[in-house]
Design a protein. Structure first.
Length: 605
């Protein structure tokens, strides 16, 4: 009899905790420099409040890193103890078998052999311990400190500040915290997997994931607070302001419900509940300030129709005033971020791709709804990200999410929506009585060629995609009849990372031209009913990208299908999803596209 302890789940949590702790510690210098820049020309009681808040943030960040490092030490002890317990059980089982064999000899050889065998067994083959090893308990504890942000209603005293410096601080801090927010999701998912798969180890405390979220929530409130202070000084035209005046100006004008919604630590399910409680209309969303629309556009768990309104508002602002939105997204102060010129190009290309989706959607036939939706427009790892839907993501019975591979950015959205439209038409031909929505999801920073052999982009992208997939379920009144995830090239590696984390089960996962799965994202780790895979015989790019990973077609429980010429279908001529010339995996005349459309419609190839 074994023990409930998944070494892979424990190792993933160890690796995640080590990486996140290191990231938290390495962010100390940039955060300190950012705060010191904000303090220039900032004095008075509010400057002292800011300094106190920064000191609290720094202390909590170090405490959080120490909590993660302590968890790593405990997990490694648990792994060693699990190995020892498994060995004890194996040794005991082997001894019992040998003892059974000796009993046969005793029975066959008669009574004279009994003392000799008993003595030999006791001296040279003693019985291993039959007492189970009790594992040391594991605890993951951390609680964030609250921060004071008003002068307490005092009538005396004044403060002054440079609003430009304050806004620079909040934009940079917001970008830093967005990256840390991904780390929170990784820690939370890894902790959940560990506790569900390693129940042999007792857990004494589990406040760290929640405390991590509280720490980010405090950081988010700090940045909003500083923005409101900057707004107050801008409105006043400079100079100094009374503490009592600032107390009124910087007190959040958001309702408690809206503050709850914008808490960055919320899960998609919690976002959905907070959104429902607000009962905001489409007109309300249109009336929100741009900074809030940017946040809503990228909240998984909000219905697609409202995300579309907010996302289009931000995209429109980015087209009209790219510099403003570039700064609003925190890109000037994000290492490795898309450049201003590239930002402008991608924004225009995304607008054109969305316009193309709107045109294609008018040709969609019932019962699918003839709409296109922009469900998200923001930043991840310094790259612009977005997702465009053909069909209605809120009501479609069949939902498909297509994840592209390396070197993809939102500038290529036009090509992706054309491929999605062709796929929707092909699926509808196989099941005309159901409605379809197909998402072209460019929600992560896709790798450059040199990065393909690394898992970094897949790990971050997988976190984003898992949240997006769960948000589809949480935002709707009823679940789709079926959900299919498609992954092309490195997109399949990213999708596999996501499907190891999702709360809701996916019906089908199709990898095409895959650069492979890791040892911890093999089919048995994925929250999916059936995995399918295909690759063209001439697709050497996929072969070359699989260094250190496994071809999904090699797994016994993966259903493979052809990408070669067939009756009514052509063979793919390379690695591309939807090329201008030649045949791609999703080209309308490709055998692979026909099969994928059938899987979307029926769940079977």
């Amino acid at each position: 009899m074994g023990i409930e302890f998944d070494d892979a789940a424990a190792s993933r949590l160890v690796d995640c905790a080590v990486e996140v702790a290191l990231t938290l510690r390495s962010s100390a210098g940039p955060r300190r420099s950012n705060a010191e820049a904000a303090l220039l020309d900032f004095d008075g009681a509010y400057a002292r409040l800011f300094e106190a808040a920064r000191a609290t943030e720094s202390t909590d960040r170090v405490r959080l890193a120490k909590g993660l490092e302590a968890l790593v030490d405990q997990l490694r002890i648990a792994q060693r103890q699990a190995g020892e317990e498994r060995q004890r059980l194996a040794d005991l089982a082997a001894w019992r078998q040998r003892e059974a064999d000796r009993e046969l000899v005793r029975t066959a050889g008669g009574v004279p052999m009994q003392p000799v065998l008993d003595w030999t067994s006791a001296v040279f083959d003693p019985k291993p311990s039959s007492t189970p090893k009790r594992p040391s308990p594991v605890s993951a504890t951390f609680s964030a400190q609250t921060r004071q942000r008003t002068g307490g209603g005092r009538s005396g005293g004044r403060s002054s500040a440079d609003p430009t410096r304050l806004r620079q601080f909040s934009a940079t801090a917001r970008a830093q915290d967005a990256s840390t927010g991904q780390d929170l999701v990784r820690v939370r998912n890894a902790w959940t997997a560990f506790t569900s798969r390693c129940s042999w180890v007792p857990v004494d405390g589990a406040t760290l994931p929640g405390g991590f979220g509280d720490y980010l929530a405090e950081n988010a409130e700090d940045t909003s607070w500083i923005d409101r202070i900057a707004d107050a000084f801008s409105a006043a035209g400079g100079g100094s302001l009374a503490i009592a005046t600032l107390d009124i100006a910087v007190a959040s004008t958001f309702s408690p419900g809206l503050q709850r919604l914008l808490d960055p630590s919320l899960t998609p399910a919690e976002v959905a509940a907070a959104w429902a409680a607000l009962e905001l209309s489409d007109a309300d969303v249109r009336a929100l300030p741009l900074t809030t629309q940017l946040q809503i556009a990228n909240l998984d768990g909000i219905p697609a129709a409202q995300r579309d309104i907010a996302s289009r508002a931000v995209l429109s602002a980015a087209v009209q005033d790219p510099e403003r939105v570039y700064r609003l997204m925190g890109l000037p102060d994000t290492y490795g971020a898309v450049s201003r010129d590239e930002f402008r190009k991608q924004v225009i290309a995304l607008r054109d791709g969305l316009n193309r989706a709107d045109q294609l959607a008018t040709r969609v036939k019932a019962p699918s709804v003839a709409v296109a939706q922009l469900v998200g427009f923001g930043v991840s790892d310094g790259a612009l990200v977005a997702a465009v839907v053909i069909g209605d993501l809120d009501t479609a019975t069949n939902v498909t999410v297509n994840v592209p591979g390396a070197m993809t950015d939102v500038g290529g959205m036009g090509e992706k929506v054309i491929a999605a439209d062709a796929l929707l038409k092909a699926a509808r031909q196989r099941k005309s009585d159901e409605s379809f929505a197909i998402v072209s999801w460019i929600g992560y920073r896709a790798p450059q060629p040199i990065e393909v052999f690394s898992q970094k982009r897949a790990i971050n992208g997988g976190t984003n995609l898992a949240s997006f997939l769960d948000g589809i379920h949480d935002s709707r009144g009823s679940a789709p009849r079926s959900v299919t995830v498609l992954g092309h090239s490195y997109g399949s590696t990213t999708a596999a990372q996501a499907l190891a984390q999702t709360r809701y089960r996916v019906d089908s996962f199709v990898s095409y031209g895959s650069v492979g799965f890791t040892d911890t994202t093999t089919p048995e780790h994925l929250n999916v009913d059936q995995v399918y895979a295909t690759q063209g015989a001439v697709d050497t790019t996929a072969n070359g990208g699989r260094f250190g990973r496994t071809d999904p077609r090699s797994f016994e429980d993966v259903d493979t299908f052809s990408a070669e010429a067939s009756r009514g279908g052509k063979a793919v001529t390379g690695h591309d999803m939807f090329p201008d010339s030649g045949v791609g995996y999703l080209s309308p005349d490709a055998t692979s596209q026909h099969t994928i459309a059938k899987i979307i419609a029926t769940g079977k190839p």
